[in-house]
Design a protein around this ligand. Structure first.
Ligand code: PLP
Length: 382
């Protein structure tokens, strides 16, 4: 039984009529830029995320860029962030001319190691940028404590973590600014690119809104040099159909994660492949379900042959990327991130996944492990 990594059709089918009606509403209005769809989406998402301000933007990448611009971060400044994330996190820092100061991860959660942040802070540090990777919050209390001690704002990269909580508080509203992505493969996906910036700070919200439209207020009077970071009204209309379903979709992903834990245990694999850690003080929304094994590359080849969807997130940490050689890091600088890059593999976790499909995924992993031990190769390495 082939199982895709993600099945967007399964989510779309039951919503098709409602989504096409929303798209028709925008087409009939011929209002494509800003307007009521954007305003309604912003107030609906602000309520869901428990924040004063939600600012709809063109992508998750632009959300990060806009957040850093709202904080006036520029050349000569430093931003402390994780070396292990999607490229946009460090890319946005470099794009405003600042230097990404990289920190290793906690191998249990794949998130920035909070105990290594203090040592990375210098007088030039203008923000700390933790990522809630794969849908699980970083250890925000420790991060916020360091940030407050040094009066440095925290920008949360919550692109993969909409609806995740840390000690019962939704992520994105804990730091000074939160950044979300509605890329189609995220838990709340648009029909193209879209994103969101959140904040509880009225002044930062005002700056972010200005910067979103070339710093313009009123028309053709420019107070700041911003850019065009607007979300399309069409994307907002589509997201308004999907957003009320997010909590149910998250619950579905969490049910699937719990079922994987049972199936891996029943197959005798829970010590052979490492399953994602789930600290009890944070709600994981499982944008990805990432397992680890030292034989990752061979497992990947096996799953590919069996038609089981899988993906490596991410094969190269920032400090080893060709575009960041000028940061001067060598291989071995951040050993936990390097090991995660060599060992991690995402398997299907989307909400519409069936128990039979999950069994097929686990059986495929089991047949790999058994074939390896039959050859005298232990699946578990020291
Ligand atoms: C997806 C993602 C982004 C960027 O979002 P886009 O909407 O694709 O621009 C940023 N950070 C992380 C961690 C992401 O996963």
């Amino acid at each position: 039984m082939p199982v895709p990594l993600l099945d967007l059709q399964a989510q779309y089918r039951p919503l098709r009529d409602e989504i096409l009606a929303a798209m028709t509403r925008v087409a009939d209005s011929q209002r494509f830029i800003m307007g009521p769809e954007i305003e309604n989406l912003e107030s609906e998402l602000a309520r869901v995320l428990g924040v004063r301000h939600a600012i709809a933007v063109s992508s998750g990448t632009d959300a990060l860029l806009l957040a850093l611009m709202a904080l006036d971060i520029k050349a000569g400044d430093e931003v402390v962030t994780s070396t292990y994330s999607f490229f946009a996190t460090a890319g946005a820092v470099a794009r405003v001319g600042a230097r990404p100061v990289l920190v290793d991860i906690d191998p249990a959660t794949f998130n920035i190691d909070p105990d290594q942040i203090a040592a990375a802070i210098t007088p030039r540090t203008k923000a700390i940028l933790p990522v809630h990777l794969f849908g699980q919050s970083a250890d925000l209390d420790v991060i916020m404590r360091d940030a407050e001690r040094h009066h440095i704002p925290v920008v949360e990269d919550a692109a993969q973590a909409i609806g995740a909580t840390y000690r019962s508080r939704p992520v994105g509203g804990i730091g000074a600014l939160g950044c979300f992505s509605f890329f189609p493969s995220k838990n709340l996906g648009a029909f193209g690119d879209a994103g969101l910036v959140t904040t509880n700070d009225d002044a930062l919200a005002r700056r972010a809104r200005l910067l979103r439209t070339h710093g313009m207020e009123p028309k053709y009077y420019h107070h700041l040099v911003g850019a065009n970071f607007r979300m399309d009204a069409l994307q907002a209309a589509i997201l308004r159909v999907k957003a009320p379903r997010l909590a149910a979709w998250t619950a579905g992903r969490r049910v699937n994660a719990a079922r994987y834990r049972e199936l891996f245990r029943a197959a005798g694999l829970d010590g052979v492949v490492t399953l994602p850690a789930e600290p009890t003080d944070r709600l994981h929304i499982y944008n990805q379900f990432v397992i680890r094994t030292p034989e990752r590359d061979a497992l990947k080849r096996h799953l590919d042959e069996q038609g089981i969807g899988n993906e490596i997130y991410y094969p190269v940490p920032f400090h080893l990327q060709p575009c960041f050689t000028d940061l001067g890091h060598v291989r071995g600088a951040f050993p936990h991130a390097e090991r995660a890059a060599a060992e991690s593999l995402a398997i299907p976790i989307y909400g519409e996944l069936t128990a039979d499909q999950q069994q097929a995924v686990v059986s495929a992993v089991a047949s790999f492990v058994h074939s390896r031990s039959a050859c005298g190769i232990s699946a578990r390495q020291p």
